[in-house]
Design a protein around this ligand. Structure first.
Ligand SMILES: [Cu+2]
Length: 166
């Protein structure tokens, strides 16, 4: 009987020892920073008003927008119009494509917020009704010159400006 106990103890000891030296090594503790390092987004924010109450007076309050490459852009488009016909958006597009994108926007229609499915559209806001402010965000495209404009039918000529990424 004693021998059985001894055998059992020996057997258990072997099991415990073999567990201790099992193949999976004990995890190596590396000095981890308490928080993961996340690259901070650099934001460039602009408040742009759409002013005027008719087709002759309507305009953006900014003509030029300049941002740094790699930054994130937040545009607060405030429609200051009161006339129900004054509906606006803001599209950032590749330089020189305004006429083409404006035409595509009309074809895209109001359901699409007059935002055409085009590679020339870098970023776009939804339509802002009179009195409404629409905020939209996007990562600045590569260093280059771009344009912005309102793609609501008939507004592209009056409501436009330049978007520079430096
Ligand atoms: Cu407009």
């Amino acid at each position: 009987m004693k021998n059985i106990y001894l055998s059992l103890i020996l057997f258990l000891t072997i099991i415990i020892m073999s567990c201790g030296s099992s193949e999976s090594p004990t995890p190596v503790v590396i000095n981890k920073p308490s928080k993961e390092v996340i690259a901070e987004k650099i934001w460039e924010e602009f408040d742009i008003s759409a002013e005027g109450n008719n087709m002759q007076e309507m305009k953006y309050s900014m003509k030029n927008i300049q941002v740094k490459e790699g930054s994130w852009v937040r545009i607060n488009l405030k429609n200051e119009g009161v006339d129900p016909a004054m509906i606006h958006n803001l599209l950032v597009i590749n330089y020189g494509t305004r006429a083409e994108v404006a035409q595509m926007a009309i074809e895209a229609g109001v359901e699409a917020n007059y935002i055409p499915d085009s590679e020339d559209v870098i970023a776009a806001s939804k339509l802002a009704q009179p009195g409404e402010t629409i905020t939209f965000e996007f990562k600045a495209p590569p260093k280059n010159n771009y344009e912005f404009f309102c793609s609501y039918p008939g507004h592209a000529q009056m409501m436009r400006g330049y978007f520079f990424v430096k």
